[in-house]
Design a protein around this ligand. Structure first.
Ligand code: UDP
Length: 237
C-alpha cells in the first residue's frame, strides 16, 4: 500500500490517500488542541503514543467483534484504516460527571452516573460542537434512525469493554467520545480512542491522566499518557 497525497489535515491527525481507494493512512502528529482548535500546541512523542494507543484499543475492540476502521499499524505514528464516509455526530458516554456536564448542570465533579449518560453533539468547530438529540439527526439527515441506534449500542458495548480494561489497570474511564462512519453501508467506529478524547483518572488518587492536564495547565501530560499506555499493556516503540 503506497501513501499518495494529503487529503485532510485535522487538529491532531493528517489523512493521506493510498493507491487503494478503500483505505487511507492516519498520521498522528505531535499537535494537541484545546478550545475547539483555537489553541494548538506541539508535544513531543504525543503522535507516536496516541497512534499506538489507538491501535491497541481499536484492535482489542475489533477482536471482540466491534467494527472499527483499523487495518494495520504502519509505523510509530501511522496506521492504515478503512476509508469511511464520516457521520458528523459525536457520541459522548459519561460514567462520571466531568467537564461540560458539570458546568451545564452544576453537579459535583466525579459524581457517578448510573446508568451512564450518552450525549450527542454536532461535529462543527465553528459552532463549538453544539449539543443535539436524535431528532436533529433525522431532520437534518446526518444519520438514519436505525444507524443511530447501532451507534449508541456500540458505544455502550465499547464502554463495557474499556471500563473493565482500564479498571484492571487502576484507571477510571470517566468519559469518552466516539465518532462513526459508513463503510459499504455498515456503521464502523472511526477517528481515534486516546487520552485526547477521553477522561482517565487514577483510581487511587483521582489524578487526571488525559487531555484535562493541558486544559488545566497541570504539566506532565506526555508522562501521564505514557503511564496509561504502559499500565494497559501498549508496547510503545
Ligand atoms: N471530547 C472530544 N472532542 C470534543 C468534545 C469532547 O474528544 O470535541 C471528549 C472530551 O475529551 C471528554 C468527553 O468527550 O473526554 C466529554 O467532553 P465534555 O462534553 O465534557 O466537553 P469538554 O469538557 O471537553 O469541553
Amino acid at each position: 500500500m503506497n501513501k499518495l497525497a494529503e487529503c485532510y489535515r485535522g487538529k491532531a491527525k493528517t489523512i493521506y490517500t493510498t493507491d487503494d481507494k478503500n483505505f487511507v493512512i492516519l498520521k498522528f502528529r505531535d499537535d494537541i488542541s484545546i478550545l475547539d482548535g483555537m489553541y494548538i500546541k506541539k508535544i513531543a512523542r504525543k503522535g507516536m503514543i496516541n497512534n499506538q494507543f489507538n491501535y491497541f484499543i481499536m484492535n482489542k475492540l475489533s477482536q471482540l467483534g466491534i467494527p472499527t476502521q483499523i487495518e494495520k499499524l504502519l509505523s510509530h505514528n501511522e496506521t492504515l484504516v478503512k476509508k469511511l464516509d464520516m457521520i458528523p455526530v459525536e457520541l459522548v458516554l459519561r460514567n462520571r460527571a466531568a467537564g461540560s456536564i458539570v458546568k451545564r448542570l452544576g453537579i459535583d465533579n466525579g459524581t457517578i452516573l448510573d446508568p451512564p449518560l450518552l450525549d450527542l453533539f454536532f461535529k462543527n468547530d465553528s459552532m463549538h460542537d453544539p449539543m443535539i438529540n436524535d431528532s436533529y439527526c433525522t431532520t437534518f439527515g446526518w444519520v438514519s434512525k436505525l444507524n443511530l441506534v447501532t451507534m449508541k449500542k456500540l458505544t455502550y458495548q465499547v464502554n463495557n469493554i474499556l471500563s473493565k480494561l482500564f479498571d484492571n489497570a487502576g484507571i477510571i474511564l470517566v468519559d469518552f467520545k466516539l465518532e462513526f462512519g459508513l463503510y459499504n453501508n455498515a456503521i464502523i467506529i472511526g477517528d481515534e480512542f486516546s487520552p485526547d478524547v477521553s477522561r482517565l483518572w487514577d483510581k487511587t488518587t483521582l489524578k487526571n491522566m488525559d487531555k484535562d492536564i493541558l486544559r488545566k495547565n497541570l504539566g506532565g501530560l506526555i508522562e501521564a499518557y505514557e503511564e496509561v499506555a504502559n499500565r494497559i499493556g501498549v508496547n510503545l516503540h
